[in-house]
Design a protein around this ligand. Sequence first.
Ligand SMILES: [Zn+2]
Length: 271
Amino acid sequence: MPELPEVETVRRALVQHLSGRKLDAVRVHNRHLRLPVNSRALRELAGLFLETVNRRGKYLLFCFPQRTLLCHLGMSGRFFLAFSRESLPAHTHVVFHFASGVRLFYVDPRRFGLLLVMDGENQALLSGLGPEPSDAEVVERQLLGAKKRKNSPVRNVLLDQRVIAGMGNIYANEALFAVGIRPQTPMGQLSQKQISALALAIVQVIQRAVEAGGTTLRDGSFTNALGAPGYFAVDLAVYGREGQACPRCATAIRRLVLAGRSAYFCPSCQR
Ligand SMILES: [Zn+2]
């Protein structure tokens, strides 16, 4: 599932290739996403110039004059840019035709993504989000505020978009490994010192991953597929590595399930 660094990398590529371009037409091929695509609202964007693409948490905001198209990549959403006459990729939901023949495909095999032209009613999707994990002091304050959820495993709190926007399972597990805290540790048991360390680790883990994404951006191979998994040069220490050696102490990484989603930790480095 794309998390903040992946979404940010996609955003940068979209800005690089599409900012300032006129959107000529929008074709909806498959309306079935997390919410059905409103074809009419999307088609009404035709004729407008894309000013820029912003990001809030894991959401992309395509900014047109007086209109914003909100996009969430869900589990498997991806953008493909086509500069020539490439055929439609499988699972294409929407094609955005930009000036000079550039096309942007939104492809989503699992259909958990979202494409929504913002109006007064759906603003709430964004207003409920917590701050971005870009400032350790802000993150620390958010985590201290969440300490009242005494029995909630810290990993679950980190995934709550109201606490920190953009955090996902991969980087939550990695940040917890960095500071030696097990994912299942109840929030109420964390000391002030642990919370400070965790806040800093979160900001650093995200920043490193964003930078790694940025690196792949300079690689020409990236321009055709935006946000494809596996494009990132980030070395993961624990996530997805059950049974493999901890990079720090060589103990086998363990997996457990919290709130229906896997959590990974080193039983010797994390207490
Ligand atoms: Zn270890």
